[in-house]
Design a protein around this ligand. Sequence first.
Ligand code: SF4
Length: 466
Amino acid sequence: MAKPSLKVSAKASAKVRRLAHGADPATPTPKVGFVSLGCPKALVDSERIITKLRSEGYTIARDYSGADVVVVNTCGFLDSAKKESLDAIGEAMNANGRVIVTGCFGVEENRIREAHPGVLAVTGPHQYEQVVEAVHDAVPPLHDPYVDLVPAEGLRLTPRHYAYLKISEGCNNRCSFCIIPSLRGDLASRPSNHVMSEAERLVKAGVKELLVISQDTSAYGLDLKYAESPWKGAPLKARFLDLSRALGELGVWVRMHYVYPYPHVDDVIPLMAEGKILPYLDIPFQHASPAVLKAMRRPAAQEKTAERIRRWREVCPDLAIRSTFIVGFPGETEEDFAFLLDWLKEAGINRAGCFKYEAVEGAKANALEGAVPDEVKEERWHRFMAAQKDVSSAQLESKVGSVIDVLVDEVDEEGAIARSKWDAPEIDGNVFLNGDVQAKPGDMLRVKVAAAGDYDLWAARVAPDA
Ligand code: SF4
């Protein structure tokens, strides 16, 4: 049950890297290998591409050697992510030799071709059709009605019991350190009934937890002027509150990621208090000092967030806030940093990941003065993590003795690894059920918390009505 206790994560570093599988290796159909890097949004893109390919009769290879061609879905958010993408392309080139590159880093085709001249094709983010066409060129599809069949909910790279639900693409904000709007464009929301149809299909297929993602979930529908679309015989607005309410009727865990603390988010908190959606908000604050937030050009930077969170917790006392932060942003002074540490404690941020500022090619922040030396960034990062550990361990200690519901993710010979409603998969903590080898992934269990660590809990099963 050994698990790293220190968790450093953020949307851009919540990496998912795996070769998708699920096909019968014995079938003579064309086989595609798939490597998915980057954030959950990129993962959803991968799922769409794989779903399309499977619907055309391709099977997904279990390893490089069994693949006729390999698609690498890259991340281009940070320079370190770009390096990882180049390494992954290199690995696929060495192991297979027939490689198609897609995803955020695909906008830098020259750089990719310079490093790996032999790649077959390079496409950018959301260019699903171009990726599929590139696969057709490399390995023509086999037309067979029996292998064209895919499950109604599509094919997913996540375990069967949870799924990411992407509600929009792009972003209208222009944070100075970020190049995502230039990679993915302005906000483009999906109609509410499309989102709900997908969510319902996923639930019918056995999903117990929906993780709502986008670049700016609280801005959902702004571009559509909150247009209504028909859902279950009634109009449903493309608006954060209306969508949250509708998702809350599906009877599964609904977790909100990438929300900004705008005033209208207040209206969603009662749904959390009622148990309709999870008492969890992933808000990438990035900093707390007004001067740094202004230089970052962050959305909702002018809101008094610690005060807002305090009021949210009056309505929903067990609300967990997860966030990511950047230390060492250009111009960040020791006072700014001290302000951030105080704010972290005042706001009671339950889960936090921290990045040392990294200049991203093409970002406006590169022109800012006041670069922070690397050793100062390093020192602040350690101080940040220590402060966050104190906040997290105190909050988790307060759960000892309580009875909570958990969702089981994995079971091994030592027991079950589960999550509470305050923990998102891959980025937050776990609840370990030592010795509980009877549980199965996807089980929803009632447990009593026996012990707490800095980031994780240990618990044992109790009767469902306890
Ligand atoms: S909100 Fe800011 S950091 Fe997030 S995608 Fe939009 S521009 Fe980038």
